[in-house]
Design a protein around this ligand. Structure first.
Ligand SMILES: C[C@H](O)[C@H](O)[C@H]1CNC2=NC(N)=NC(=O)C2=N1
Length: 98
């Protein structure tokens, strides 16, 4: 995996309005109705993490999930972080069905 430059990250983040870049990682915070909904999303995200072999630095307080993604081997952000961010978005904010 390549370490993305700040410029590359900023361009990619245009498609990820929930996410921000600082401290060599991308970060997002999601709020749910209650703890059950939050933890249910976390369980679903966990399966995606295992499938990608890429794992978030995350924390949960009641109905709020805070996530940071980075790639240890490059000491920064790689395409893998965006791949996982995309999977997280599709779980947390699914598109409306027709
Ligand atoms: C050995 C194993 O493949 C690595 O430790 C993986 C596991 N999960 C990971 N998760 C994240 N976020 N970054 C990594 O660099 C990473 N590396």
């Amino acid at each position: 995996m390549n370490k993305l430059s700040e410029e590359e990250i900023r361009v990619k983040l245009l498609r990820f309005p929930d996410w921000d870049y600082y401290d060599d990682a991308i970060h997002a915070e999601f709020e749910f109705e209650n703890f059950k909904d939050c933890f249910s999303a976390m369980s679903r995200i966990a399966f995606e993490c295992e499938a990608l072999n890429h794992h978030p630095d995350w924390s949960n307080v009641y109905n709020v999930l805070t996530i940071s993604l980075s790639t240890h081997s490059v000491n920064g952000v790689s395409d893998l972080d965006f791949k996982l961010a995309e999977a997280i978005e599709s779980i947390v904010e699914p598109e409306d069905e027709e």
